[in-house]
Each structure stands twice: as C-alpha cells, then as structure tokens.
Design a protein around this ligand. Structure first.
Ligand code: G3P
Ligand code: CA
Length: 240
C-alpha cells in the first residue's frame, strides 16, 4: 500500500506548498500527490483550484497570471499565520526538492476545466529532465489528456481519475492503456479491486482521512491511497 500525501500533508500545512511537502516527508509518506496548472507564460505551477482566491491572497484565474506575478502571492496565511509568505511552488521546485528524497510522485493534470495547451508535454519534459519518469504516475479527470501520454513514453504510468460509479471502469482503463484507476473512496469495492487485479490494473483511493476508511483500504489491498494525514496512515499501516 503506497501512501501518498494528498497535496502534501495538507491537513497540517497549506496544500500544494513546500511546507506541506516537507511535512509529508517528515511523516514518512511514500509519495506526494499534487495538482498542476499552467501560468500565462507556460510555467507548470502547483495549485488545486483554477482560481486563486481559496488558497492565496490573489483573485482570478491562474492562467491569467505570469509566473513572476504569481510568486508575489501569499499561499500560506489562509491556513495559518505561521505560513505567511509561503509561495505557490512550481513543479520544477518539487522535482528539485525530491532529488535527494526520491519519493514517489502522483502528478494530477488539472485540465478538466481548462484545457491547458501543452500541459502534458511540459510535465513530461520536466520529469525527463529530473529523471523522475519511473517513480511518477500522472493522473487526470480529463481522460483524453492522459491517453495522449502514451505517444511520448512507454515507461510513464498514467491513471484516470473518477468520482462516478460505472461498471465499465476496468474495460475503459484497459482501452486507454492506463496503469490504474484512481477512485473516490465511496466507490471502493472488493469486486472492483478483484476485477482490476485480474486485468493487471491497480486501484487507488482518494481522499482517505478517517482511521476506519484507511484500515478498510489497507485490508482491501488497494495499491495506493491519498490522504491529507500521512502520519495517521503510516501508523495504521504498521498495525493493520
Ligand atoms: O488525485 C486524487 C485527488 O486529488 C483528486 O481530487 O479534487 O483532490 O484533486 P482533488
Ligand atoms: Ca489532486
């Protein structure tokens, strides 16, 4: 069971920031899950929402700002004053940080609302630059987008994200050559895990923060989970 810190250790630090990634590492998460969008000048930045207002002191769309404009914003104090002046990181900041840690990565392309042109290629080229293709799985709710990744690499794993109940998840995953299926926790069932395993696909669940749900995912032999509280999941994994 791989434990990914969802947006970093986002229960206790501002999501998708370096302090949240540092805390995830300290709490022994196996990997980091993060969300990528593109700035107006094509820089891959880590932020969940298409708009800035929930997690920064800015407003409007990420895509309408250059990188130099975005790093002026405070992406930490909404969580706690102790994180004031934390900035929005780039994907490159995360990859550089990971060079001496070598955590697993799940990079979610946030292109299901805004179809960022070139996002897939930008992310793939950065992973190549830092030699982190093999430890990374790319995911997206935009299934056309992840299916494109096959053309650049056979060694890059990708998975599709879904929050919808659908009996055809496994055949669909096979049809786009996905490595796995990332489902909302409420969709987890023994039937789905068994069907996926039969077809050499893995199942991962998001976002799992309650002890009972974490234990259930472990017992059901999910391949991976995404949690805002990696310390809790790591502790439960030792005892389940
Ligand atoms: O990748 C799992 C999960 O992060 C997908 O949902 O909205 O948290 O990005 P969201
Ligand atoms: Ca995500």
């Amino acid at each position: 069971m791989i434990i990914y810190a969802h947006r970093g250790a986002s229960k206790h630090a501002p999501e998708n920031t370096m302090p949240a990634f540092d805390l995830a590492y300290k709490h022994e998460a196996d990997g980091i899950e993060t969300d990528v969008q593109l700035t107006k000048d094509g820089v891959a930045v880590l932020i969940h929402d298409e708009k800035l207002q929930r997690t920064t002191n800015g407003y409007g769309f990420v895509k309408d700002y250059t990188y130099d404009e975005l790093i002026q914003l405070d992406a930490g104090s909404w969580k706690s004053p102790k994180f004031t002046n934390t900035v929005i990181p780039t994907l490159e900041d995360l990859l550089r940080w990971n060079q001496d840690k070598q955590l697993k990565l799940n990079i979610e392309l946030k292109n299901n609302v805004i179809a960022y042109s070139g996002l897939e290629k930008t992310v793939y080229q950065l992973l190549q630059k830092y030699s982190m293709v093999k430890q990374t799985v790319i995911s997206s709710f935009n299934h056309d987008s992840i299916a494109k990744l096959k053309q650049w690499s056979n060694e890059l794993d990708y998975a599709f994200l879904t929050s919808k109940r659908d009996r055809n998840l496994v055949p669909f995953a096979q049809s786009i050559h996905a490595a796995g299926i990332h489902i909302q926790n409420r969709l987890l069932s023994n039937r789905l895990v068994a069907e996926a395993q039969q077809h050499n696909l893995y199942v991962a669940v998001y976002t799992v923060n309650l002890p009972l749900s974490i234990k259930r995912a472990i017992r059901m032999k999910c391949h991976a989970m995404f949690t805002d509280i990696p310390k809790l999941a790591v502790d439960l994994r030792k005892n389940t």
